[in-house]
Design a protein around this ligand. Sequence first.
Ligand code: COA
Length: 254
Amino acid sequence: MSDILVHTEAGVCSITFNRLDKKNSITAAMYGAMADALQAAQDDAAVRVVVFQGHETIFSAGNDIADFLNQPPAGEGAPVFRFLRGLAAFPKPVLAAVCGPAVGIGTTLLFHCDLVYAGDNAAFSMPFVNLGLCPEAASSLLVPQMMGYHRAAEALLLGEPFMAEAALEVGLVNKVLPPTEARSYAHTVAAKLAAKPLSSLIETKRLMKKGQAAQVQAVMAEEGASFGRMLREPAAREAFGAFMERRKPDFSQI
Ligand code: COA
């Protein structure tokens, strides 16, 4: 079965991470599939809302580390950047149901969703510094904006995880539910949105986002260039090597 499941029903397109044995970590092929799914959902008048979802125990462990090492994203056309640009500019409402760990892009993609519902087991983290990298998905802009600078520094410089209740407090999450209910709740809300006039949804979202749409794309491009460069540098090599070898990274010489 595919690592990304795409299913449309009653105006709602669900994009599901389906790679549980690797904690729903995301390969270049999966980014490509999600970028294509978003483009198709944008073009298909029958799709009115998109929902991202994972499993009750894990949303996503972020980038697949081995895949990233083997085929680092090359240039702006790389599937990961195609996906992020498409998500940031997606005109229709996007929801997410998040349970368990949401690591790296598992958290940063949520800053581009319109509504986020979390299981009380959700744990959000953006450990880019711990991996010798820098923020992506315009998170260097959007995280301080949403959380305030000092909480953003805790999340982005220390890379420390925060739980669903903290995410609710800063406004990253709309509601916290038992993990067994997060997905169905998100779909109830998606159905409500799907019954509304699509043109009004699109125009309302456009008006809310237009103030910084260009800035988001520009920051994303700048972060992407740094991220791509840093992936090849010693700190990331050490961090990723340590993960694969199940040891603590040693940055003392870097
Ligand atoms: N890339 C590639 N493989 C990953 C992965 C990732 N980001 N995250 C987990 N996996 C794999 C593990 O290598 C392991 O594979 P194996 O069974 O073949 O050995 C399997 O998924 C299970 O992972 P494990 O770490 O044993 O699960 P856990 O429940 O103890 O922990 C996480 C779950 C998500 C907390 C932990 O896996 C983790 O921290 N992953 C790395 C997250 C990360 O740094 N992402 C990069 C962000 S840019």
